[in-house]
Design a protein around this ligand. Structure first.
Ligand SMILES: [Zn+2]
Length: 187
């Protein structure tokens, strides 16, 4: 391995998008997508897995991207603080406008009203799908993850942990803690 970094399979030159569109698939076996999953993960209680299906369609001066995210990433329950696997199913549509018409008269004429339509600038002659998916995945991860809906906290898995704690208590305190308590008393 030496020399130039390998060109990303997800950096798509616009000229490669055929009439009628093209489908691109990302899965956790693609190192770049695996990295995105790791970014979206909190902890490693379950493996971050899944895929994103993209459909690219080219129009004069713009590129439309439709995507379906279907992944599971480890998260920490915001209520009970237990780690768990969060399934994420989301669809998105992005419209990328080429810079030469972005902000110009032609660009202004494109009317977009629906909230799920995302319009941004397409710089250069290729599209970085990793960037697109990073943004969308970030939006799709719940800001306040919950292990179950509704999790009232503690998480259901706490019961199991509490049992273990009680067992430890019954068996008597850890001698190391006892030693620490003694030290504190001597102070
Ligand atoms: Zn929970």
């Amino acid at each position: 391995m030496s020399g130039k970094p390998k060109r990303s399979p997800f950096l798509i030159p616009l000229e490669r998008v055929p009439e009628g569109g093209i489908e691109v698939l990302m899965s956790e076996t693609d190192p770049e997508f695996a990295e995105l999953l790791a970014e979206a993960s909190d902890g490693d209680v379950v493996p971050a897995v899944g895929s994103v299906r993209l459909f690219l369609e080219r129009w004069p001066g713009r590129l439309d991207i439709e995507g379906t995210i279907s992944v599971t990433v480890p998260q920490i329950c915001s209520r009970g603080l237990d780690p768990y696997g969060q399934p994420i199913e989301a669809t998105f549509r992005q419209i990328l406008l080429q810079t030469k018409i972005f902000g110009g008269d032609e660009g202004d004429e494109i009317e977009l009203g629906r909230d799920d339509l995302d319009r941004s600038e397409l710089v250069g002659d290729s599209v970085n799908l990793i960037q697109v998916v990073r943004e969308e995945l970030h939006l799709a991860v719940p800001p306040k993850p919950l292990c179950v809906t509704p999790c009232e906290g503690p998480c259901p898995s706490w019961e199991r942990n509490l049992d273990l704690t009680e067992e430890r208590t019954r068996k008597g305190a850890d001698p190391r803690w006892a030693a620490l308590a003694e030290l504190k008393l001597k102070k």
